[in-house]
Design a protein around this ligand. Structure first.
Ligand code: PTJ
Length: 244
């Protein structure tokens, strides 16, 4: 057990979630490496949500509310880190959670589905080999007809870059959460939130709920979304990391 008084309690607790995800058969062993990369960037970003990330969250919330068919893509790391929050996001957006993993494993897909349902998810889709998106060779090309195939906006946290590019080429808008502002995913996404998913997803949920409560018109949401300049925000993140 990690003592609460440990100076790196939050970080170690999050690491434990990934390790336990691997043990449960939800997260791939490669996910440990991906998590380590994330930890390093989080350290450089001060392990807190920056103002520029909060602004990206606002734009992402607006875009998700503007979407006709939003879909939330789930991999093994995301499922292990924030299963309850994914269920909540799916419910407030009325959007399916679509399992889409890079390291092919049917048992892991089924395990993720079970885990999400255990944490309150009601709409979970498994990839269907009958349906593919174009411009992608990896296992992540397989989608569902009612989910990613017909989505206009796809939320793909902790992504690998080639799929972001492929989704964009397939005519979709992509929102990601990625701690690495230099990653291809962050660079190619419509909106990249440079923050830890464990913090940013809660902010995203709160912001969507706030916009819904305010009953913002489409025109107002559009202004918030269009205010986003992805390259500009990424440059600010890189500057912060370089301490410029
Ligand atoms: O479950 P699978 O098979 O789909 O595999 C999932 C992983 C994440 C292993 C796979 O997609 C992968 O290899 O991803 P990459 O290419 O390593 O990219 C992961 C990105 O997420 C990197 O840019 C990390 O910096 C970033 N990252 C890692 N942990 C976090 C994060 N970003 C936000 N919050 C985190 N907690």
């Amino acid at each position: 057990m990690i003592p609460k008084s440990h100076p790196r309690y939050e970080s170690l607790k999050t690491r434990e979630l990934i390790v336990s995800g691997v043990k449960k058969g939800i997260t791939s062993v490669h996910g440990l490496i991906a998590h380590g990369r994330g930890e390093a960037f989080d350290y450089l970003l001060g392990e807190k949500t920056s103002d520029f990330a909060k602004k990206s969250v606002d734009s992402a919330a607006a875009l998700l509310l503007l979407a006709k068919n939003p879909v939330i893509s789930v991999n093994g790391n995301v499922a292990a880190l924030v299963p309850k929050e994914l269920a909540k996001l799916s419910s407030i957006l009325n959007a399916p959670l679509e399992i889409n993993i890079f390291h092919q494993s049917r048992s892991r897909e089924l395990g993720i589905k079970k885990y999400l349902i255990k944490h309150g998810a009601e709409n979970v889709l498994l990839p269907d080999k009958k349906y593919k998106i174009k411009f992608l060779e990896s296992n992540r090309k397989y989608v569902t007809s009612e989910g990613i195939l017909q989505a206009d906006v796809v939320f793909v946290p902790l992504e690998d870059g080639d799929r972001t590019e492929a989704l964009i080429k397939n005519g979709k808008k992509v929102i990601t959460i990625d701690l690495n502002p230099l990653s291809r995913t962050a660079q190619k996404a419509t909106i990249a939130i440079v923050d830890n998913i464990t913090r940013a997803i809660l902010l995203l949920i709160n912001q969507i709920q706030k916009f819904k409560k305010l009953k913002l018109a489409k025109k107002q949401l559009k202004v918030i979304y269009e205010h986003h300049d992805n390259q500009k925000r990424l440059k600010i993140a890189i500057k912060l990391i370089r301490r410029l």
